[in-house]
Design a protein around this ligand. Structure first.
Ligand SMILES: [Zn+2]
Length: 205
């Protein structure tokens, strides 16, 4: 089943005065019968996630790094999660998985290593127009994936950080379901367990 976008969420994220959606966050395309979220919405999501990523990387939230998450399922369990690190890992790994090689290289240069447009253009042999075109495309692509990611989207951030671990078991008894399935690690978190992430961030561009 494809992801269902919520109209009011889209409206809240749309860019005021956007030329494509006029700030409504939805636009018609010839390809689909239903209007789709505007690219300005996807970019807003990406940028919010990127701001959070930077703040995590700079250790702005050290005190609340580890938080106690609780799950109310058939079995009541608690676990310690390193939310900030998990978020950073998800941010990076989803990008790697989503983007093609060339786009990922630019993503790494600009967003992770902090290279500005001049340096990126020089290093990657492109002009300014191409650089911004590609950056927009990357932001749109990733913003969408960060929001649509199942079962744990990176956005909305308050849900990612504030929400408890969603219960993986419902309340109806299901004898077939293995008992150990209370926690199902997100696929990216599995990967995140095997390396410590230290993004070499520069000062804000
Ligand atoms: Zn728009």
């Amino acid at each position: 089943m494809s992801f269902q976008w919520n109209r009011s969420e889209v409206l809240g994220l749309a860019k005021e005065g956007c030329a494509q959606c006029r700030g409504y966050g939805l636009r018609d395309t010839s390809k689909t019968a239903q209007p789709v979220p505007c690219n300005c919405v996807f970019r807003a999501i990406f940028r919010a996630c990127y701001r959070k990523f930077r703040s995590c990387a700079q250790g702005d939230n050290q005190v609340s790094t580890a938080r106690l998450e609780s799950v109310h399922g058939r079995e009541h369990k608690r676990t310690w999660g390193l939310k900030n690190e998990e978020f950073m890992a998800d941010f990076v790994l989803v990008a790697k998985r989503t983007l093609n090689e060339a786009d990922h290289k630019l993503f790494r240069f600009h967003f992770l290593l902090g290279a500005d447009w001049k340096l990126c253009c020089k290093q990657l042999g492109m002009d300014r127009g191409t650089f911004f075109h590609l950056i927009y495309r990357i932001e749109e692509r990733l913003g969408r994936v960060y929001r649509e990611l199942q079962p744990y989207a990176l956005f909305p951030l308050d849900e990612y950080f504030g929400g408890s671990v969603r219960k993986m078991i419902d309340d109806s008894p299901d004898p077939e379901r293995p008992k150990g399935l209370v926690f199902q690690m997100r696929d990216t978190a599995k990967l995140s367990a095997r390396r410590s992430l230290r993004a070499p961030l520069r000062k804000a561009a």
